[in-house]
Design a protein around this ligand. Structure first.
Ligand code: CP
Ligand code: NVA
Length: 307
């Protein structure tokens, strides 16, 4: 049996594959907007396993599968044998015999890698502690929709060097743009954990204003990610100066966009006037999760199509 193609981290796909996915997204999105029926995944099933909470990821995959003619099944740790210690390898063997693709949101990246090694069908990372590749797929598509090619542009990442940040960094290497990162001391990028080939596509800044200066896109995320709640108090203290506010947006390019993967905490990592202001594209960004993931599902299940 051939090894299925997985999307466990951003660099699992090539630059050419991303170009293809963005073009398919454009076509699939315009069909959706025109109420045009497009059912290439009729009779196909996606199983979604959630070990952490979700609104957007669950909804975008579930609605996306339905719109492509297929169906999606939601599983969580609490209600399955996974929560009672069934080995991930065994779960992968069984689950992948009953569906055409699996999406997993879990803790360590190693868990999803073990699942994928034992899966007969494509596995998609719906967020791990280390990466959130589907998010950056949507974010870059959104940037391109608003501003054109991202190659050569500068993205300012303000805050925690978390799963979303790591994925931006991988994407920068693949798609040839730059990331200016500013984290509080002690929360800096760990290149190995981020899965980077080198350090020529990002620069770290002690002062978040320096990271934002001249940026084409300013983006941030919660101070405390899911799974790290025990650090909440320390992080609330350490991240006080890492808020994207109007002053920071003023130092970026005059037409800079603001993005946030959501859910957001107004008054913490972003001020209300920025996330609700004219430079913010967070609703387009969230909506594009569904369109980009439909293109991803189509590609992983059917390969390149020209319809
Ligand atoms: N951005 C994102 O993945 O949102 P959810 O946690 O709601 O899925
Ligand atoms: N970094 C956040 C993203 C949520 C979509 C988390 O992992 O909780």
């Amino acid at each position: 049996m051939p090894t299925p193609k997985h999307f466990l981290q951003f660099k699992d796909l090539t630059r050419e594959e991303f170009a293809y996915l963005f073009e398919r997204t454009r076509i699939i999105k315009s069909r959706f907007q025109g109420y045009e029926r497009y059912w290439p995944l009729a009779d196909r099933t996606l199983v979604m396993i959630f070990e952490k909470a979700s609104t957007r990821t669950r909804l975008s995959f579930e609605a996306g599968m339905q719109q492509l003619g297929g169906s999606a099944i939601y599983l969580n740790t609490r209600d399955t044998q996974l929560g009672r210690g069934e080995p991930v390898e065994d779960a992968a063997q069984v689950i992948s015999r009953m569906c055409d693709a699996v999406m997993i949101r879990t803790f360590e990246q190693e868990i999803i890698e073990r699942f994928a090694r034992n899966s007969r069908v494509p596995v998609i990372n719906g967020l791990t502690n280390e990466y959130h590749p589907c998010q950056i797929l949507a974010d870059i598509y959104t940037f391109v929709e608003h501003r054109g090619p991202i190659q050569g542009r500068t993205v300012a990442w303000i805050g925690d060097s978390n799963n979303v940040c790591n994925t931006w960094l991988q994407a920068a290497e693949l798609l040839d743009f730059n990331v200016h990162v500013s984290t509080p001391p002690g929360y800096e990028v760990e290149p190995e954990r981020a899965g980077l080939y080198g350090n020529d596509h990002y620069e770290q800044f002690a002062d978040p204003m320096d990271a934002a200066r001249g940026a084409d896109l300013v983006t941030t995320d919660v101070w405390t990610s899911m799974g790290f709640e025990a650090e909440n108090e320390a992080r609330s203290r350490d991240f006080q100066d890492w808020q994207v506010d109007a002053e920071m947006m003023r130092i970026a390019k005059s037409d800079a966009l603001f993005m946030h993967c959501l859910p957001a905490h107004r008054g913490e990592e972003v001020s209300a006037d920025v996330i609700d202001g004219p430079q913010s594209v967070v609703w387009d960004e969230a909506g594009n999760r569904m369109h980009t993931q439909k293109a991803l599902l189509e590609y992983l299940l059917l390969g390149r199509v020209d319809s």
